[in-house]
Every structure is written in structure tokens, then in C-alpha cells.
Design a protein around this ligand. Structure first.
Ligand code: HEM
Length: 576
């Protein structure tokens, strides 16, 4: 008998069968296990996928519901704002062309009052305001710009921290630019060196020799040189590529809004790539002038200033100072791109707006020679009392400053001020709630020529409306009509005038107001006045002989809703 614990040493068919049975059952259970596992995994994946689908469905439904809810809310809120009912699904946008929007709003305000709504589409509400008090409140509360504005700047100039839609993104850079500009105004008034005027006149004389000199061309060049020399200092006046830069800015200005109006960037259009090519060229030129500025600035420090006269020194200091407020040129790609983007943005906005103001000023002075003569006397009087020969004391030239304000009033940079509140609804004191993302507009042209804010002669050129009589503080414009004002006040010396702050009148909005008001307002008024003080001291501005003066005056006063037509002017040297 074999002991129980004995291990068989030989394999019998029975044991082979048993072991293979065991083996089989092991393999089978392993297969079953793995089948089980894969079934479990499959189940898990299916469940996960279903959960994902459910989650997506719920998210999309919630999103859609939110959209529908917001839309219903927008429609409900809009019901409380007066305005024409919307008869078409597409809103009123088909009726409104760019040219006649101001006129459409003028009619609507007469009918519905100071606040009017207009549907641009089923989801896009435009709200226009015409009451100065309401506007002031709105411009303080609505802190964002329309997304289109930010897109136009980004598309043309790349990353920028100025001129973007969201107030949060722009606030810091706005503040540093404002501090820089106002600091410079306090420390040293913007002395426009004779060099800048000479540089402008040299170019204009070339134009005159070629036979054509129209207001638009002159003003564009003046604005460009004024701004360029302010930002980059003297390096800009001798910069060989300045003319190309000016041309590029003009070309980009023509198309910027068109390409930004596409909600999907039109990469498939050839025209878009040509536009981008222009923008890249502008960027390279900006980098070039920024580098030149820096190089000169370094040289200036190294050479102890001996090689440079006072004006050059000031130009360089100003260039290095003002560039720092646009960003850092520290070799970091994003920072460098942002600096260039900001500079291009300011050159673009500054040149467009300043050239509009200068053009209007030139045309007004050419058609009002008696006011021009009075300003000339004012300049000579102020000059005689001034210690520094190179520095114009424009603060004393009250009629000149009043003329700059009046030109800005009669022809603001754009017909509409635009704002929106991207995230929040806000409530006006009148109880009206303005929904988030509504397009808010102020028809500045209407407002700045409104009889109720400016008197009977609101549409006429009358710089005296910004001056008061020092004797009794009465407003000069209230006592007389504008026509012939210069003659009527001939007996008044400059010490009789007090210059009113134009912003005291809430209907004066060429530079906007509130959270996103123009940072360059004071700077540009002083700069343009200083430039004209230098210019008028040496030159007289006249219309070309062929232009009948009375006809032109008539045209100027009638051009309420249009930009002034380009007109031919000449500069006559005063001592010749
Ligand atoms: C005649 C010349 C100018 C006019 C008529 C003008 C007009 C304006 C207007 C209407 C606005 C929008 C205001 C608002 O929404 O309330 C604005 C904004 C601005 N302007 Fe000017 N501007 C001029 C020149 C300049 C210059 C020379 C600079 C810079 C040196 C400048 C810098 C700015 C800036 C930084 C903003 C604000 C941008 C923002 O917050 O998004 N402007 N300007």
C-alpha cells in the first residue's frame, strides 16, 4: 500500500488528464477574468461617455437657456426705453447707413426725447442719449468700448494695452500715459521748437512748389510731425523714413474699420493679407524709430550733452520719458510687441484726430481773417512779455485757445461717441436700466450744435463763446451774435478776456468724458495752440484767390453734418 503522503513519481494517464483539466479550468477562469475585466471596462467607458454626453447636453441646454433668458431680459429691459417699435427681424440696421445715422437719431430724439432705443438686430440694441446730464452719467458708468474698436486696433497693431475694449485691461496703461502727459505739461509746457515749425514749413513749401496745397494734406502732415516729434523727440525730425511712416498710417486708417468689421478674421481674402503687409511694415518702422530714440538717448548720456543744444536735449529727454509709459523695451518679445502696439495705436489715433482739428482750424482761420489778425496781435503781445524766445506762452493767448476749442466743437473727431458695459447692466438716475452689451452712443455733432446748450448761433463759428468779459464775468457770446464778433470786440484788449473752461459745458464732448475720456485732451490743445502760435507769428493763412470768401463762409456755416470740403490754402510770410 502506498502511504497517503507519498508523491507519485510516475505519470499515469489519469493524472495527465487531471492536470490538463486543471490547466484548462485555470485558463478558462483567466479568460473569463479578462473577459469580465474588459466587459467592466467597456461598461465603464460607455457609462463615462454617456455621462459626458449628458453633461454636454445639460451644459449646452443651460447655455442656450441662459442665452434665451438674457434675450428675454434684454427685450423686457428695452421695453422701458422709448424708441420706434421694431417691425423687422433684422432690426433697423438696413435703414441706417453710416452717413445718415446722426440724422436718423436727430429725428428720433425730437420724437421720443433725450434717450432713444433702436434695434440693430434681434440681439443688438443701440441706445442713444442727447441730454448732457444723462450723457455725463452714462459715460461714467459705462466703462468699456465696443469690441469692434479693440478688434480694429489689435488687428492692425498687434497686442496693445491701450484702446482695448475692456476697461480693466486698459486702466493701468491709461493712467501711466495720463501721468506722463500731465507731468510734462506741468514741468515744461510743450514748447514747440522753431525747428518743428521750420520742418513742417519746409515740407509744405515743397508741396506749394508742386502747385497743390489743400487743408487735409497740410493738416495731416502737421499733426504727424507734431505727434512724432513729441513722442520721439528730435530724432523724428531727421528720420529718413518719416514720409513712408506717414503714408502707411494713412493707408491703414482707410481700411482698419473694414477689416475689423468681420467677426471671423478673413484670412481667405487677398486684400486682408495686403493690409496685414502694410501693418507689418509699420511695425518694423516703429521698431526702427524706437531703437534710434534709444541709441540717441544713450549717446546723449555718454557725451555729457556737450554736442547738443538745449532743444535737442529736451527732445531726447522727452522721447525717452514718454516712451516708457507705453511699455518696456526689455527684449522680452511680448513686452516689445506691446510697446510698439501702443505707440502705433497712439500715433494712429492721435494723427487722425489731431489732423481733423488742425484742418478745421486752418479752414476757419482762412475764412475768418479778422479773427486771425486779432490772434496775431495777441501772439505779439504775449511774445513781448515772454522771457524765453523759444517758448510760446499760449496760456495768455486766450482768443487762440478759444478758437481751438470752437474748432473742436464744430467738427468733432467722429459723429458719435461709443461706449458699452460689457459685463453688467447699469441703472441711470432716471430709473432706466441699460442692459449689458447694448451699444451706447452719443451723437456729439447734434449735441455740440444744439441751441439749448450753445444758444441761437450754435451752428456758427464764434470763438468768443468760450470767453467772458473780465469786467462783469458775462459771456461774450451771449451778448452778440458771432458774425462780426471780431469787430465788435476790437476795443477789448487781451487782459479783458477770461477763458472759460470748455468742460464746464456738459455739451462739449470732442474728447469724450468719464471713464474712457481722451487722455491727450489738455496735451493736444496746448500742442496745437503752441504750433499755431509759432505758425501765425510768421505766416498768414489765406484761401486761394479763386475761393470767394463769402461763399466759403456760407459753406462753413452750413456744413453742420458734413466734414469740411478740402480747400486750397496758401501761407504768406508776414515780413515779406
Ligand atoms: C484733436 C485730437 C484728439 C481728439 C479729438 C481725441 C478724441 C478722443 C475721443 C473722442 C476719445 C474717446 C473718449 C470717450 O470715449 O469718452 C479719445 C480717447 C483717447 N485718446 Fe484721444 N483725441 C485726440 C488726441 C489724442 C492724443 C494726441 C492722444 C495721445 C497722446 C490721445 C490719447 C487718447 C487715449 C489714450 C484715449 C483713451 C483710449 C481708451 O481708454 O480706450 N488722444 N480721444
Amino acid at each position: 500500500m502506498k502511504s497517503c503522503g507519498a508523491v507519485p513519481t510516475t505519470t499515469t494517464p489519469a493524472t495527465t488528464f487531471l492536470s490538463s483539466l486543471l490547466q484548462y479550468s485555470k485558463t478558462k477562469s483567466r479568460t473569463r477574468d479578462s473577459l469580465e475585466t474588459s466587459r467592466l471596462l467597456r461598461d465603464f467607458a460607455t457609462r463615462e461617455f454617456n455621462a459626458f454626453l449628458w453633461f454636454s447636453l445639460i451644459a449646452v441646454t443651460a447655455l442656450l437657456l441662459r442665452k434665451v433668458f438674457n434675450l428675454l431680459r434684454l427685450w423686457a429691459q428695452a421695453r422701458n426705453i422709448p424708441g420706434p417699435p421694431c417691425t423687422s427681424f433684422y432690426g433697423h440696421s438696413k435703414l441706417i447707413s453710416r452717413e445718415n445715422l446722426t440724422e436718423v437719431l436727430s429725428v428720433l430724439h425730437k420724437k421720443y426725447g433725450p434717450i432713444v432705443k433702436l434695434w440693430l438686430g434681434p440681439t443688438q440694441l443701440l441706445v442713444s442719449m442727447k441730454d448732457p446730464g444723462l450723457i455725463k452719467e452714462m459715460l461714467l458708468k459705462a466703462e468699456d468700448k465696443l469690441p469692434l474698436t479693440g478688434r480694429a486696433f489689435r488687428l492692425a497693431f498687434g497686442p496693445t494695452s491701450l484702446f482695448v475694449s475692456s476697461f480693466d485691461e486698459v486702466q493701468r496703461r491709461r493712467e501711466s500715459l495720463a501721468t506722463e502727459l500731465s507731468g510734462r505739461l506741468i514741468e515744461k509746457p510743450p514748447a514747440i521748437p522753431t525747428k518743428v515749425v521750420d520742418c513742417i514749413m519746409e515740407r509744405l513749401n515743397k508741396f506749394m512748389a508742386e502747385g497743390s496745397l489743400d487743408c487735409n494734406m497740410v493738416s495731416q502732415h502737421m499733426a504727424f510731425t507734431l505727434l512724432g516729434s513729441t513722442l520721439f523727440g528730435d530724432a523724428f525730425l531727421t528720420w529718413s523714413k518719416a514720409t513712408v511712416y506717414e503714408e502707411l498710417l494713412t493707408m491703414i486708417a482707410k481700411d482698419a474699420c473694414f477689416w475689423a468689421s468681420y467677426s471671423i478674421t478673413p484670412y481667405w481674402k487677398r486684400g486682408f493679407w495686403s493690409y496685414q503687409h502694410l501693418c507689418t511694415k509699420l511695425r518694423l518702422l516703429t521698431q526702427d524709430i524706437v531703437q534710434q530714440c534709444q541709441k540717441n538717448n544713450k549717446l546723449f548720456h555718454q557725451k555729457d550733452g556737450n554736442h547738443y543744444n538745449g532743444i535737442t536735449k529736451m527732445g531726447m529727454e522727452s522721447a525717452s520719458g514718454s516712451l516708457s509709459c507705453f511699455g518696456e523695451l526689455n527684449g522680452h518679445l511680448n513686452a516689445t510687441e506691446e510697446l510698439c502696439g501702443n505707440i502705433m495705436g497712439v500715433m494712429f489715433h492721435g494723427c487722425l484726430t489731431t489732423s481733423g482739428l488742425i484742418g478745421n482750424l486752418l479752414a476757419r482761420l482762412a475764412t475768418h481773417p479778422q479773427i486771425q489778425e486779432k490772434i496775431f496781435s495777441e501772439i505779439i503781445m504775449a511774445r513781448n512779455g515772454s522771457m524765453k524766445q523759444d517758448q510760446q506762452c499760449v496760456d495768455k493767448m486766450r482768443l487762440l485757445l478759444a478758437t481751438v476749442y470752437e474748432s473742436a466743437r464744430l467738427l468733432p473727431a467722429g459723429p458719435l461717441l461709443q461706449r458699452c458695459s460689457l459685463k453688467h447692466d447699469f441703472r441711470l438716475e432716471t430709473g432706466v436700466t441699460i442692459p449689458a452689451r447694448a451699444v451706447l452712443v452719443v451723437p456729439v455733432q447734434l449735441l455740440q450744435m444744439d441751441d439749448s446748450s450753445w444758444g441761437q448761433d450754435a451752428s456758427e463759428f464764434n470763438p468768443y463763446r468760450f470767453l467772458s468779459n473780465a469786467g462783469n464775468g458775462s459771456d461774450l457770446a451771449l451778448n452778440t451774435s458771432s458774425t462780426g464778433n471780431a469787430e465788435k470786440h476790437e476795443h477789448l484788449g487781451e487782459s479783458f478776456f477770461i477763458l472759460n473752461d470748455p468742460n464746464d459745458n456738459a455739451a462739449f464732448l470732442p474728447f469724450g468724458s468719464g471713464a474712457r475720456a481722451c487722455v491727450g485732451q489738455k496735451f493736444v490743445i496746448q500742442g496745437v495752440a503752441t504750433l499755431f502760435a509759432s505758425l501765425l507769428e510768421h505766416y498768414e493763412i489765406r484761401l486761394l484767390e479763386s475761393e470767394s470768401q463769402s461763399d466759403s463762409k456760407q459753406m462753413m456755416n452750413n456744413s453742420v453734418f458734413q466734414h469740411l470740403p478740402s480747400r486750397e490754402i496758401v501761407f504768406i510770410r508776414r515780413n515779406s
